[in-house]
Design a protein around this ligand. Sequence first.
Ligand SMILES: NC(=O)CC[C@H](N)C(=O)O
Length: 275
Amino acid sequence: MQIASENMNNDAWLKLGKRVNTLLAQSDVDGIVITHGTDTIEETAYFLDLVVKSKKPVVIVGAMRPSTAISADGPINLYNAVLLAGSKEAIGKGVLVTLNDQINAGREVTKTNTSTLDTFKTPELGFLGYIQGSKPYFYRQSTRKNTVDTPFDIMNLDKLPQVDIVYGYANMNPIALNAFVAAGAQGIIHAGVGDGSLNNTVVPSLTEARKKGVVIVRSSRVGQGIVARNGEADDDKLDFVVSDTLNAQKARILLMLALTKTTDTKEIQKMFWEY
Ligand SMILES: NC(=O)CC[C@H](N)C(=O)O
């Protein structure tokens, strides 16, 4: 597909995931490079990290400068991506993202700057390694399960459950949340302030939604750190799930896939601690 990545959607992810799995099952394919717009690279990377059923390298790559710019970064990024996807070092590391001579994990990478070349980062936890002189150098690896070690199988799916994101802010109101639930959301990611705090104005609607069976995940708008269970809300009583370190857009990916397996909030919580 040739789309701007702001137009990425669930159907395209399913199509891409199936294609990647089909190609990786071939013995003459050693790895895959996917070129991708940078706006939603982090979502596609985590989606594939959870649904690809192979240890062969899958590398997603983008460029921050247009090809017409002075010192465009596309050519070097693409070159690095191909060598990474063909390297032994990248086998079993999950889906990887490379730009700017750095390698990040699909679960953790996020776009941190609207425009600069060094925009892709793994805040605090750090990137996995460098590519220098046509060689990948790895220093660390995510401890979270990916690819062959997750239970998610998309090969027979033609739709993903509706999960929407509600953003927290001072003077928040429940209008958007109520609209998502009325429109059939099966899951809501609440990107709360601080460590996932809930404004009093949305608690009744969240509680009501949960009673209707909607799974509520408390994430944070901060972008770094853990949202811990029973921290800023009584998750046990409310029967909510916490996102651990996943930002809202990544929590949405995991919750969609989790809901293809179960609606049990205890099981879903375990997934957020495991993947
Ligand atoms: N720098 C880019 O990747 C282009 C941004 C574009 N909006 C996209 O994500 O597809």
